[in-house]
Design a protein around this ligand. Structure first.
Ligand SMILES: NC(=O)c1ccc[n+]([C@@H]2O[C@H](COP(=O)([O-])OP(=O)(O)OC[C@H]3O[C@@H](n4cnc5c(N)ncnc54)[C@H](OP(=O)(O)O)[C@@H]3O)[C@@H](O)[C@H]2O)c1
Length: 267
């Protein structure tokens, strides 16, 4: 029996990329799934694929930036199978615009989905985890949550913020049996750059070369699922970004030069 067999896992951002692959791999381990995102048609296709392997896969389509709707949504998620074992805060949107060009509303949208939403959903489930004396929340930060990268000011800010929030939650450790995992990926092969927000908030609609040649999403998700199962606190999934991160710590002038040039060549 796998770690996830019969566990109830709520995945946000399950209609695409990492969230979709999380659903597919977890279905093969016979987890009971709750899938959330805005795109109902995509969720229904993924539900059909998951139901080939697991008997339980429910959909809770929602716009997670609708803050007023998150409490009823969390209650619906809890009512779906009677409890939740693992919440994976995966939904997120990135950015492709320089700071000086980015509209303030776009900065706010990026903070909302990448920071306020995962914080709100986590807080809504903490009383449930306290009552059950068990529970796990994973959150997708990014290598952009560990260092700056061009055209990602608000995204990097949100991913730094969510890492800081979850690290502090881990340090506080006030709920017995509760665990949290922060995931910091580099480039993973998903459509994330198509959905990135430009300066005016329109989709970038381009598959960046860096993204196309990133780490396969199947590899990334296998590592995330292992990290949750082993209660790992922080998982970095990256290749060349690791070198940049090392330079960020040990040779900042070189980091600034390389990151700037890499960012300009990004698209
Ligand atoms: N791919 C990478 O290279 C990479 C690197 C570092 C970190 N990450 C992080 O990994 C996570 C997953 O990214 P991905 O690569 O899988 O991107 P993706 O393929 O674009 O998927 C993003 C998911 O988030 C959902 N989402 C976006 N806005 C939403 C909203 N307002 N309400 C509900 N759901 C929403 C999307 O669903 P709908 O559009 O259907 O709502 C989609 O399912 C993100 O947090 C991202 O920042 C990715």
């Amino acid at each position: 029996m796998d770690f996830y067999t019969d566990k109830v896992v709520w995945i946000t951002g399950a209609s695409s990329g990492i969230g979709k692959e999380l659903a597919l791999q977890l279905s093969r381990q016979k987890a009971s799934l709750i899938l959330t995102a805005r795109n109902r048609d995509a969720l229904q296709d993924i539900q059909r694929a998951c139901l080939q392997h697991t008997p339980n896969c429910a959909l809770l389509p929602a716009d997670l930036t609708d803050a007023g709707n998150l409490a009823p949504l969390a209650q619906q998620a809890l009512d779906t199978f009677g409890h939740i074992d693992v919440l994976i805060n995966n939904a997120g949107v990135t950015q492709r615009a320089f700071a000086e060009d980015t509209a303030p509303e776009v900065d706010r949208r990026l903070m909302e989905i990448n920071f306020f939403t995962p914080v709100a959903l986590t807080k809504l489930l903490l009383p449930h985890f306290r009552a059950r004396k068990t529970g796990h929340v994973a959150v997708l930060s990014s290598m952009a949550g560990l260092m700056g990268f061009p055209k990602r000011t608000a995204y990097a800010a949100a991913k730094h913020a969510i890492k800081g929030y979850f690290e502090t939650l881990q340090v506080e450790h006030t709920i017995p049996g509760f665990h949290a995992t922060i995931v910091s990926p580099g480039r993973i092969q998903t459509p994330i750059s198509l959905n990135a927000l430009t300066a005016s908030g329109q989709p970038h609609s381009k598959m960046d070369a860096g993204q196309q040649h990133g780490i396969p999403v199947e590899v990334c998700v296998r590592r995330i699922l292992k990290a949750i199962a082993t209660h790992k606190r922080h998982l970095v999934i990256a290749r060349s970004e690791r070198i940049l991160w090392w330079l960020h710590k040990w040779c900042p002038p070189l980091y600034y030069r390389i990151a700037r040039n890499a960012g300009l060549k990004d698209e």
